[in-house]
Design a binder for this molecule. Structure first.
Ligand SMILES: [Fe+2]
Length: 416
């Protein structure tokens, strides 16, 4: 199903009918939720950016490539993490120059006015950086498989090609609160809605936002690659009032809130479409009250936020330098993601945006016509090739039986 032939009206009708009979239980659950959420918001507002957990890259290294134990619960509860000093500052600034050169050089030649550069070699150098690979793996490892038979492998990440933002001081920009990784699919998609079963059962307290079951089998109309976390690498300093991201750091409560309010608030007539979901203040005020700007970051820091987490981008940028990021999320290996990589390899070969973006926009984007410096598979490192599905992940002696089977299956999907 593509966006174009998707019947929103009948889908909304079906969703309403399905949940109507559960209304009393859902309302009771929602009432409990509201008091829990208000307590959280008051904590968040008291602490400000400090509420968002942070650590240094060395702490991940020292904990055998995992999020430090003393931070783990906090990260899971908030749904976000800032990891400092992942890639050396000078290296990142160099990559930013390379991205600009590739973009603006070609833009002059092609006349394209676009912002969503996706294929600059400088971007790939960040995406395939070994330290970043470790952080992505650490993020994937926060998830678990409650069913036990989910085909996935957190230590063999797959890359979702996304763009970057280079925002000059004083420029307009910003985004209202929203959540990505789908819109109405959360209520309607036969597999995806199972991720939120506890909420539908009127037991929001039992929602496990880190259960990978059903995430890897939810083939959505858009967002066809499962991203455990969205994320970006800072390519400049950023912080309060410098045109950067704000997060609503209460993943379980936030998710239950937007799912239930949409169903129960009769004043709300509009439903999200597919692709993503607006969480604007007039619709979801408590998400907006919970938004807090990330703590200060420097070039080379990595910011991660859960795929269900509400976020926005500041409309003001009063810093004196650019505010720049390279969007790089964390995604595990799974057959669904491998299928996406099959298509992504092709759009990459053509110089296009990632398949989700091609589908959304209906074209490959201006990079298709770039003549200078467009990378090919040969320009990527071994890590880069594996994350892109351009080379197979090896089966290691430490892999258990399931990991071996999943790796073999994914390699086969990718043509190896
Ligand atoms: Fe977003």
């Amino acid at each position: 199903m593509t966006r174009a032939n998707w019947d929103q009206k009948s889908t909304i009708q079906k969703v309403k009918e399905e949940y109507e009979k559960r209304e009393p239980a859902l309302q009771a659950s929602y009432d409990r939720l509201l008091s829990a959420i208000k307590e959280k918001i008051s904590d968040i507002q008291k602490q400000g950016p400090k509420y968002i957990p942070e650590c240094d890259y060395t702490a991940i290294e020292e904990n055998d490539g995992q999020v430090p134990k003393e931070l783990l619960e906090r990260v899971k509860e908030t749904g976000c993490l800032v990891i400092h000093n992942v890639i050396p500052r000078e290296e990142v600034l160099q990559r930013k120059e390379e991205i600009k050169e590739y973009w603006y050089g070609n833009q002059e030649r092609t006349g394209a006015k676009a912002r969503g550069v996706m294929n600059a070699l400088g971007l790939f150098k960040l995406r395939e950086h070994p330290n970043l690979f470790k952080c992505i793996t650490a993020a994937n490892l926060m998830w678990h498989d409650s069913k036990g038979d989910t085909e996935w492998c957190p230590t063999k990440p797959m890359l979702y090609i996304d763009g970057c933002r280079i925002r000059e001081p004083g420029t307009e920009g910003g985004m209202f609160a929203h959540v990505d990784s789908g819109g109405i699919e959360r209520w309607w998609h036969p597999e995806y809605k199972k991720c939120y079963q506890a909420v539908w059962d009127g037991k929001w307290e039992e929602l496990d936002s880190y259960d990978v079951s059903y995430r890897t089998t939810s083939v959505l109309p858009t967002n066809k690659l499962f991203r455990a976390f969205q994320g970006w690498v800072a390519m400049s300093e950023a912080g309060v009032d410098k045109g950067t991201i704000r997060l609503c750091p209460m993943v379980k409560e936030g998710t239950a809130y937007y799912l239930l309010k949409q169903l129960l608030d009769k004043e709300m007539k509009a439903w999200p479409t597919v692709h993503s979901m607006s969480l604007r203040d007039e619709l979801f005020p408590l998400i907006n009250e919970g938004l807090v700007t990330i703590p200060d970051v420097q070039p080379g820091d990595f910011v991660l936020w859960h795929c269900d987490l509400g976020h926005s981008v500041e409309f003001t940028h009063n810093g004196d330098q650019d505010s720049s990021v390279a969007y790089i999320g964390a995604s595990p290996m799974c057959p669904m993601n491998a299928e996406y990589l099959v298509r992504q390899k092709e759009t990459f070969r053509q110089g296009g945006k990632g398949p989700d973006f091609v589908e959304r926009d209906g074209d490959l984007g201006p990079e298709e016509n770039f003549t200078e410096g467009r990378p090919t598979a040969d320009d990527l490192s071994d890590i880069g090739k594996k994350m892109m599905g351009l080379a197979p992940y090896e089966i290691s002696s430490q892999d258990d039986e399931k990991t071996r089977a999943v790796t073999e299956k994914c390699n086969k999907i990718l043509g190896f």
